[in-house]
Write a protein that binds this ligand. Structure first.
Ligand code: 9D3
Length: 244
Protein backbone atom coordinates (compact mmCIF):
# COMPACT_ATOMS: atom_id res chain seq x y z
CA UNK A 1 0.00 0.00 0.00
CA UNK A 2 1.12 3.56 -0.68
CA UNK A 3 0.26 6.46 1.65
CA UNK A 4 0.91 10.09 0.71
CA UNK A 5 0.61 12.67 3.46
CA UNK A 6 -0.08 16.32 2.78
CA UNK A 7 1.07 18.51 5.67
CA UNK A 8 2.51 21.96 6.41
CA UNK A 9 4.77 20.27 9.00
CA UNK A 10 6.51 17.30 7.31
CA UNK A 11 9.12 17.20 10.09
CA UNK A 12 6.44 15.94 12.51
CA UNK A 13 6.53 12.54 10.77
CA UNK A 14 10.24 11.72 10.68
CA UNK A 15 10.44 10.17 14.17
CA UNK A 16 7.22 8.11 14.19
CA UNK A 17 7.63 6.71 10.66
CA UNK A 18 11.21 5.62 11.26
CA UNK A 19 10.61 3.32 14.24
CA UNK A 20 8.73 0.21 15.28
CA UNK A 21 5.85 -1.24 13.23
CA UNK A 22 5.77 1.46 10.56
CA UNK A 23 9.51 1.22 9.90
CA UNK A 24 9.19 -2.59 9.69
CA UNK A 25 6.35 -2.32 7.18
CA UNK A 26 8.35 0.13 5.06
CA UNK A 27 11.45 -2.06 5.19
CA UNK A 28 9.38 -5.13 4.25
CA UNK A 29 8.17 -3.15 1.21
CA UNK A 30 4.46 -3.55 2.04
CA UNK A 31 4.09 0.14 2.95
CA UNK A 32 5.40 3.11 1.03
CA UNK A 33 5.07 6.57 2.64
CA UNK A 34 5.80 10.01 1.19
CA UNK A 35 5.15 13.39 2.82
CA UNK A 36 4.37 16.52 0.78
CA UNK A 37 4.18 20.17 1.83
CA UNK A 38 1.41 22.25 0.24
CA UNK A 39 3.65 25.30 0.79
CA UNK A 40 5.79 23.91 -2.06
CA UNK A 41 2.73 24.26 -4.31
CA UNK A 42 2.25 28.02 -3.85
CA UNK A 43 3.29 30.50 -6.55
CA UNK A 44 3.42 33.78 -4.61
CA UNK A 45 6.63 35.26 -3.21
CA UNK A 46 5.78 34.51 0.45
CA UNK A 47 4.35 31.00 -0.11
CA UNK A 48 1.13 31.89 1.68
CA UNK A 49 -1.01 28.88 2.65
CA UNK A 50 -3.63 30.48 4.93
CA UNK A 51 -5.90 33.52 4.99
CA UNK A 52 -8.65 35.23 7.01
CA UNK A 53 -12.13 33.68 7.06
CA UNK A 54 -14.77 35.31 4.86
CA UNK A 55 -17.45 36.68 7.15
CA UNK A 56 -14.94 37.27 9.92
CA UNK A 57 -14.12 35.28 13.02
CA UNK A 58 -10.96 34.25 14.83
CA UNK A 59 -8.09 32.25 13.34
CA UNK A 60 -6.84 31.50 9.88
CA UNK A 61 -8.22 29.12 7.25
CA UNK A 62 -6.08 27.00 4.89
CA UNK A 63 -6.40 28.32 1.34
CA UNK A 64 -7.76 25.93 -1.30
CA UNK A 65 -5.18 26.43 -4.12
CA UNK A 66 -2.07 24.94 -2.41
CA UNK A 67 -4.07 21.91 -1.25
CA UNK A 68 -5.74 21.28 -4.64
CA UNK A 69 -2.44 21.76 -6.51
CA UNK A 70 -0.51 19.57 -4.07
CA UNK A 71 -3.05 16.71 -4.19
CA UNK A 72 -3.26 16.91 -8.01
CA UNK A 73 0.54 16.67 -8.25
CA UNK A 74 0.66 13.81 -5.74
CA UNK A 75 -2.06 11.88 -7.61
CA UNK A 76 0.06 12.19 -10.77
CA UNK A 77 3.15 10.74 -9.02
CA UNK A 78 1.87 7.16 -8.89
CA UNK A 79 -0.85 4.73 -9.83
CA UNK A 80 -3.60 4.01 -8.93
CA UNK A 81 -5.44 7.14 -7.85
CA UNK A 82 -5.33 7.55 -4.05
CA UNK A 83 -8.40 7.79 -1.87
CA UNK A 84 -8.24 11.32 -0.43
CA UNK A 85 -8.92 11.46 3.30
CA UNK A 86 -9.14 14.69 5.31
CA UNK A 87 -8.22 14.42 9.00
CA UNK A 88 -10.72 16.66 10.77
CA UNK A 89 -12.60 16.82 14.09
CA UNK A 90 -15.79 16.68 12.00
CA UNK A 91 -14.95 13.34 10.37
CA UNK A 92 -16.20 9.78 10.94
CA UNK A 93 -14.86 8.49 14.25
CA UNK A 94 -11.95 6.07 13.69
CA UNK A 95 -12.49 2.52 14.95
CA UNK A 96 -11.43 -1.02 13.95
CA UNK A 97 -13.93 -1.24 11.09
CA UNK A 98 -12.87 2.12 9.62
CA UNK A 99 -9.19 1.12 9.89
CA UNK A 100 -9.90 -2.17 8.06
CA UNK A 101 -11.76 -0.25 5.35
CA UNK A 102 -8.88 2.23 4.87
CA UNK A 103 -6.29 -0.57 4.98
CA UNK A 104 -8.02 -2.33 2.08
CA UNK A 105 -7.34 0.59 -0.30
CA UNK A 106 -4.24 0.30 -2.50
CA UNK A 107 -3.43 3.95 -1.95
CA UNK A 108 -4.41 6.72 0.51
CA UNK A 109 -3.73 10.45 0.47
CA UNK A 110 -4.07 11.91 3.98
CA UNK A 111 -4.59 15.65 4.24
CA UNK A 112 -3.67 17.25 7.57
CA UNK A 113 -5.42 20.48 8.39
CA UNK A 114 -3.86 23.13 10.60
CA UNK A 115 -4.97 26.53 11.93
CA UNK A 116 -8.75 26.85 12.40
CA UNK A 117 -9.49 24.54 9.48
CA UNK A 118 -9.53 24.22 5.70
CA UNK A 119 -11.62 26.00 3.07
CA UNK A 120 -14.92 24.10 2.73
CA UNK A 121 -14.32 23.53 -1.02
CA UNK A 122 -11.43 21.21 -0.11
CA UNK A 123 -13.81 19.05 1.92
CA UNK A 124 -16.50 19.04 -0.73
CA UNK A 125 -14.52 18.71 -3.95
CA UNK A 126 -11.06 17.33 -3.14
CA UNK A 127 -11.76 14.73 -0.44
CA UNK A 128 -13.43 11.33 -0.59
CA UNK A 129 -13.64 10.83 3.16
CA UNK A 130 -13.22 12.66 6.48
CA UNK A 131 -11.86 11.01 9.64
CA UNK A 132 -11.56 12.08 13.29
CA UNK A 133 -9.55 10.08 15.86
CA UNK A 134 -11.64 11.11 18.86
CA UNK A 135 -13.51 13.80 20.70
CA UNK A 136 -10.67 15.98 21.96
CA UNK A 137 -8.87 18.92 20.38
CA UNK A 138 -5.55 18.45 18.57
CA UNK A 139 -3.64 21.38 17.12
CA UNK A 140 -3.66 19.83 13.67
CA UNK A 141 -4.30 16.67 11.68
CA UNK A 142 -0.67 15.44 11.90
CA UNK A 143 -0.93 13.33 15.07
CA UNK A 144 -4.18 11.86 13.68
CA UNK A 145 -2.43 10.93 10.41
CA UNK A 146 0.29 9.13 12.40
CA UNK A 147 -2.41 7.16 14.25
CA UNK A 148 -4.11 6.21 10.98
CA UNK A 149 -0.82 5.12 9.36
CA UNK A 150 0.13 3.00 12.39
CA UNK A 151 -3.25 1.27 12.59
CA UNK A 152 -3.39 0.68 8.81
CA UNK A 153 0.21 -0.63 8.69
CA UNK A 154 -0.76 -3.47 11.08
CA UNK A 155 -3.19 -4.74 8.45
CA UNK A 156 -0.57 -5.11 5.73
CA UNK A 157 0.51 -8.70 5.04
CA UNK A 158 3.63 -9.77 6.92
CA UNK A 159 3.84 -6.72 9.18
CA UNK A 160 2.96 -8.43 12.44
CA UNK A 161 5.34 -11.30 11.74
CA UNK A 162 2.44 -13.72 11.61
CA UNK A 163 -1.08 -13.44 10.23
CA UNK A 164 -2.13 -15.09 13.49
CA UNK A 165 -1.62 -11.87 15.43
CA UNK A 166 -4.33 -9.94 13.57
CA UNK A 167 -6.51 -13.05 13.70
CA UNK A 168 -6.10 -13.17 17.48
CA UNK A 169 -6.79 -9.46 17.66
CA UNK A 170 -10.08 -9.87 15.81
CA UNK A 171 -11.03 -12.92 17.91
CA UNK A 172 -10.54 -10.94 21.05
CA UNK A 173 -12.19 -7.99 19.33
CA UNK A 174 -15.08 -6.55 21.26
CA UNK A 175 -13.50 -7.46 24.61
CA UNK A 176 -10.67 -5.90 26.57
CA UNK A 177 -7.52 -7.97 27.05
CA UNK A 178 -6.88 -10.23 30.03
CA UNK A 179 -4.08 -9.31 32.50
CA UNK A 180 -0.59 -10.35 31.43
CA UNK A 181 2.47 -11.19 33.51
CA UNK A 182 6.08 -12.06 32.87
CA UNK A 183 9.00 -13.11 35.08
CA UNK A 184 9.70 -12.88 37.95
CA UNK A 185 6.79 -14.88 39.44
CA UNK A 186 7.06 -12.79 42.63
CA UNK A 187 8.11 -9.15 42.37
CA UNK A 188 8.27 -6.96 45.52
CA UNK A 189 6.08 -9.47 47.37
CA UNK A 190 3.55 -9.38 44.51
CA UNK A 191 2.83 -12.88 43.17
CA UNK A 192 1.25 -13.58 39.80
CA UNK A 193 -2.08 -15.50 39.76
CA UNK A 194 -1.37 -19.16 40.65
CA UNK A 195 -3.34 -20.56 37.71
CA UNK A 196 -0.69 -19.21 35.30
CA UNK A 197 1.96 -21.48 36.89
CA UNK A 198 -0.28 -24.57 36.81
CA UNK A 199 0.44 -25.67 33.25
CA UNK A 200 -3.29 -26.42 32.75
CA UNK A 201 -3.71 -24.75 29.36
CA UNK A 202 -7.48 -25.22 29.15
CA UNK A 203 -7.97 -23.78 32.65
CA UNK A 204 -5.67 -20.86 31.81
CA UNK A 205 -7.69 -20.11 28.66
CA UNK A 206 -10.92 -20.16 30.74
CA UNK A 207 -9.38 -17.85 33.36
CA UNK A 208 -8.23 -15.42 30.68
CA UNK A 209 -11.62 -15.32 28.97
CA UNK A 210 -13.26 -14.70 32.35
CA UNK A 211 -10.81 -11.88 33.14
CA UNK A 212 -11.54 -10.29 29.74
CA UNK A 213 -15.27 -10.46 30.40
CA UNK A 214 -15.04 -9.04 33.94
CA UNK A 215 -12.70 -6.27 32.87
CA UNK A 216 -14.89 -5.32 29.90
CA UNK A 217 -18.04 -5.33 32.03
CA UNK A 218 -16.39 -3.04 34.58
CA UNK A 219 -14.52 -0.65 32.29
CA UNK A 220 -16.23 -0.70 28.90
CA UNK A 221 -19.78 -2.01 29.27
CA UNK A 222 -20.54 -0.27 25.93
CA UNK A 223 -18.36 -2.90 24.16
CA UNK A 224 -20.52 -5.78 25.41
CA UNK A 225 -23.40 -4.78 23.17
CA UNK A 226 -21.44 -5.89 20.07
CA UNK A 227 -19.55 -8.86 21.60
CA UNK A 228 -20.63 -12.38 20.72
CA UNK A 229 -21.02 -14.17 24.06
CA UNK A 230 -22.28 -17.60 25.11
CA UNK A 231 -25.07 -17.94 27.68
CA UNK A 232 -22.44 -18.85 30.34
CA UNK A 233 -20.42 -15.74 29.43
CA UNK A 234 -23.54 -13.54 29.63
CA UNK A 235 -24.07 -14.93 33.16
CA UNK A 236 -20.49 -14.04 34.18
CA UNK A 237 -21.03 -10.50 32.90
CA UNK A 238 -24.42 -10.17 34.68
CA UNK A 239 -22.92 -11.35 37.97
CA UNK A 240 -20.00 -8.96 37.64
CA UNK A 241 -22.19 -5.95 36.88
CA UNK A 242 -24.53 -6.89 39.75
CA UNK A 243 -21.60 -6.72 42.23
CA UNK A 244 -21.39 -2.95 42.77
C1 9D3 B 1 -10.28 24.84 19.03
C2 9D3 B 1 -10.67 25.18 17.64
N1 9D3 B 1 -11.88 24.46 17.26
C3 9D3 B 1 -13.08 25.23 17.52
C4 9D3 B 1 -13.22 26.50 16.79
C5 9D3 B 1 -11.83 24.00 15.88
C6 9D3 B 1 -10.69 23.14 15.57
C7 9D3 B 1 -9.96 23.36 14.43
C8 9D3 B 1 -8.87 22.57 14.11
C9 9D3 B 1 -10.32 22.09 16.41
C10 9D3 B 1 -9.21 21.29 16.09
C11 9D3 B 1 -8.49 21.54 14.95
C12 9D3 B 1 -7.31 20.70 14.61
N2 9D3 B 1 -7.63 19.28 14.71
C13 9D3 B 1 -7.53 18.45 13.67
O1 9D3 B 1 -7.17 18.88 12.60
C14 9D3 B 1 -7.92 17.06 13.83
C15 9D3 B 1 -8.46 16.34 14.94
C16 9D3 B 1 -8.76 16.74 16.27
O2 9D3 B 1 -8.60 17.88 16.71
N3 9D3 B 1 -9.30 15.79 17.12
C17 9D3 B 1 -9.52 14.52 16.73
N4 9D3 B 1 -9.25 14.09 15.50
C18 9D3 B 1 -8.72 15.01 14.62
S1 9D3 B 1 -8.34 14.68 13.04
C19 9D3 B 1 -7.82 16.22 12.74
Amino acid sequence: MRIDIVSLFPEMFSGPFDASIIARAREAGVLEIAVHNPRDYTDDKHHVVDDYAYGGGPGMVMKPEPLFDCVDAVQAMAEPRGRVVLLTPQGRLLNHDVVAELAAAPRLILICGHYEGVDERVREHLCDDEISIGDYVLSGGEPAAIVVVDAVARHQPGVLGSELSLEEESHAQGLLEYPQYTRPAIYRDLPIPEILLSGHHAEIAKWRRRQSLIRTARRRPDLLAKAELTEEERRIVRDELATD
